[in-house]
Design a binder for this molecule. Sequence first.
Ligand code: UDP
Length: 139
Amino acid sequence: MIQQTLSIIKPDATRRNIIGEILTQIEQSGLSVKALKMLHLTQEQAEGFYAEHQGKDFFAPLVAFMTSAPIVVAVLEGENAITHYRTLMGATDPEKREKGTIRDRFALSYRENSVHGSDSENSAKREIAYFFTPNEIVK
Ligand code: UDP
């Protein structure tokens, strides 16, 4: 099944000039970039994106981190793109990160973990629409 998913290259990665290395790993894994842009999230945009985590103790530091430098958002497409990209990213928990995954290679900490990827079809739909209009995504 061909799917689309939303990827974010997070501030810890844009700050270290490793956007290209991360996009290379994504493309070499077989996923295709169908939309791409760089932006600096406002506090409101970051809070809205992570609304499901509102009320948790890591919410405020997460929003502070996500607004601390620019990010790169992309729509990725491929066979089972959602789970494909989650597997390529590696686990959220540093102790469970598989060798060679993007987070294993580049993450600095639990929070500053270089990349985001949608975790379900519903969140992919919502997250893609959060950043892109339909005419910004190539066919
Ligand atoms: N996060 C954090 N502390 C936590 C849990 C999560 O700073 O205890 C951050 C981390 O950057 C993570 C993001 O919040 O990527 C969203 O958390 P989620 O559980 O949705 O993980 P993900 O889907 O990004 O793997």
